[in-house]
Ligand binder design. Structure first.
Ligand code: AMP
Length: 121
């Protein structure tokens, strides 16, 4: 998947459209999902231009990779779901219905989350 510099998360990173920020550091931005599917639903994104986890895992620096995963853990703790439980999810590509072509990790929590995945029809 080619990186589209006009995707919605690239525009958020450039400050062209607003977000409800929950965390930021040199490599990472995190904000509330605009259409939350659970009581806690946060998106954690790298600031670098990576289309998906595949792209990120192949090209990102050690510092970027460490920052993203440390941020996920910190946000889960800060949002109060580390104890009660939460789920992280990163859709990649067509079969996963990835809508926004900038890597994002969903953090879902704040309630029982049900089965891990809906069985295919
Ligand atoms: P995915 O299907 O994994 O690509 O998820 C994309 C997510 O981005 C969806 O949960 C959308 O609700 C969310 N989203 C789309 N636009 C925005 C936005 N402007 N601010 C916050 N979240 C957004």
């Amino acid at each position: 998947m080619a990186y589209d510099p006009n995707n919605i998360f690239a525009r958020i990173l450039r400050g062209e459209i607003p977000c409800k920020k929950v965390y930021e550091d040199a490599h990472v931005l995190a904000f509330h999902d605009i259409r939350p599917q659970t009581r806690v639903h946060i998106l954690v994104i790298p600031k670098g231009s990576y289309a998906s986890m595949d792209d990120f895992s192949a090209k990102a620096s050690e510092a970027e990779i460490a920052a993203l995963f440390r941020a996920v853990g910190k946000i889960a703790r800060d949002e109060g779901v580390a104890e009660s439980g939460y789920r992280i999810l990163a859709n990649a590509g067509a079969d996963a219905n990835q809508e926004v072509p900038h890597l994002h990790i969903h953090i879902f929590g704040g309630q029982p989350l049900g089965p891990m995945i809906r069985p295919p029809k």
